[in-house]
Unconditional design. Structure first.
Length: 202
């Protein structure tokens, strides 16, 4: 199974499958017969090295400069292939928490990254920093996510049983200069979670 990323599977390559997912958008809940486990990111396909948190402008995120109460979209794992890197399952909301939730700390505790794939029907949610919001919101059916935990607290995703009420997440470390790195994840519900499926909140 470790070669799944390059092998054909039932006539459908992983790359084709990912392109299909991008095209299908929110409609994939209709396809329970698809062997998602063969295609979703997993340890055999992910680098075991930590990688830089690269922001959309190409720079590496740094605790000294990334604004408080702010988010950007990051891609993980990045392949360098624009078609693959555009896939929803590689997109994460990289959030620096608002000050009142601890975002002013000059270390990794200020940061979160959650899969953007909503746990309800796989629309893409985002973080809204406005006063009175400061939460993740999904535009499709109104699920809302707590930025400190990644757990849904309103809308249909909040009604789903654990682990499908809490988003997959990435973990970080910062170096001596404040630059942020993604630590190698473990894709399991008791670890970093499973994208589009969820995570048991610890
Ligand atoms: S897909 Fe996000 S609330 Fe339905």
């Amino acid at each position: 199974m470790s070669e799944q990323g390059t092998k054909k599977s039932g006539g459908l390559s992983r790359r084709d499958f990912l392109k299909l997912m991008g095209a299908a958008g929110t409609g994939l809940a209709f396809a329970p017969f698809v062997p998602f486990g063969n295609f979703m990111p997993n340890p055999s396909q992910a680098t075991l090295e930590k990688v830089k948190v690269i922001l959309p402008d190409g720079t590496q995120a740094n605790v000294k400069t990334f604004p408080i109460n702010h988010s950007e979209v990051i891609t993980y794992p990045s392949t360098g292939d624009p078609a693959l890197d555009a896939e929803a399952f590689r997109k994460w909301q990289f959030i620096r928490l608002p000050q009142e939730l601890g975002g002013d700390k000059q270390n990794v505790s200020s940061f979160r990254a959650y899969s953007m794939v909503c746990l309800h029907l796989w629309c893409l949610w985002k973080y809204w920093p406005e006063e009175g919001r400061k939460r993740g919101e999904c535009p499709c059916h109104g699920s809302m996510y707590d930025p400190t935990t990644g757990t849904a607290f309103a809308g249909p995703a909040s009604l789903q049983a654990a682990p499908s009420n809490t988003l997959a997440q990435l973990n970080f470390e910062s170096d001596a200069d404040g630059f942020l790195w993604v630590l190698p994840p473990t894709w399991g519900v008791n670890d970093n979670g499973v994208i589009g499926y969820g995570r048991f909140a610890s």
